[in-house]
Design a binder for this molecule. Structure first.
Ligand code: 5GP
Length: 259
């Protein structure tokens, strides 16, 4: 697959054109950012693991009828995906209270949310991805009622499926973020972006050890080992897999800018 020009570079991924205007290449970088870009690092091997984990999850979601952008994985770091216009909203589903929810509303950390909670955030780094309501989405025509209802239903189905998938391998799906896009070819809404330990909170069911990007956000160390554990538990890689040199490499650069 011939790679064309770079169309977009985000914090963790790059999108390249292909000869087909309806398909692009999604490249997974090793870069990690947190706290609206205040904290940055390169975590060797992260892109390779996220590529494999997201491929596994999105192809499983396809099999239960959740349409998404994945066409096929091309190599260690790249996927061929349908070209979409990303809807500028982050859809967040929560099963257990933690993170920004506990800070914002004072809900006790670890509270089990009986009926999964769906939140919307505007995808805007300059504004710090603010929380928005259904009314904001409809008022500013980011989506119409039918489109929003369709995405809400898809988020619930994705949550049900992922919760079961992770529960079966001893992991709690605490919360996650998904993004949707409109296909360039026919404007239909499909799931896009990635689903990986970068975009989910995943805790060991018994010990509640964090196996996701919170290890980076909270300086807990052993980030790659945690992502590898997710891939091993899901049966994507074997314990001996050499995703990166065996010696532990510390994140190369960790910058914390003062506000
Ligand atoms: P919180 O709002 O508690 O920070 O995050 C809720 C969930 O959404 C977490 O699983 C978190 O990883 C994910 N999430 C929210 N915003 C972003 C984002 O901008 N980037 C990534 N990778 N994940 C996000």
């Amino acid at each position: 697959m011939e790679k064309g020009k770079k169309l977009y570079e985000g914090k963790a991924k790059i999108i390249y054109a292909t000869k087909d205007k309806n398909q692009v290449i999604q490249h997974f970088k090793d870069d990690a950012t947190a706290f609206n870009n205040l904290k940055k690092a390169t975590i060797e091997g992260k892109g390779i693991l996220n590529n494999r984990i997201s491929e596994h999850i999105l192809s499983n979601l396809s099999q239960i009828g959740i349409k998404n952008h994945l066409v096929k994985r091309l190599n260690m770091r790249e996927q061929l995906v349908n070209h979409v216009e990303i809807i500028p909203i982050e859809f967040i589903v929560r099963n257990i209270a933690t993170g920004s929810l506990t800070k914002r509303l004072g809900i006790e950390e670890g509270t089990v949310i009986e009926k999964p909670l769906l939140e919307y955030c505007l995808k805007n780094d300059k504004l710090g991805d603010p929380l928005i309501s259904r009314e904001h989405i409809l008022t500013f025509n980011w989506l119409d009622t039918k489109e929003l209802d369709l995405i809400n239903d898809e988020c619930k189905r994705i949550n049900d499926f992922l919760q079961g998938m992770f529960r079966a391998v001893g992991i709690k799906l605490v919360d996650f973020k998904v993004e949707f896009g409109k296909k360039k070819s026919d404007n239909k809404i499909i799931l896009a972006d990635e689903i990986s330990p970068d975009t989910c909170r995943l805790w060991n069911s018994v010990t509640e050890k964090k196996l996701d990007k919170d290890r980076f956000r909270k300086d807990l160390g052993n980030i790659i080992e945690a992502y590898q554990e997710i891939a091993i538990r899901l049966g994507i890689i074997h314990e001996q897999s050499n995703i990166r040199p065996l010696k532990f490499t510390k994140p190369r650069e960790v910058k914390l800018k003062k506000k």
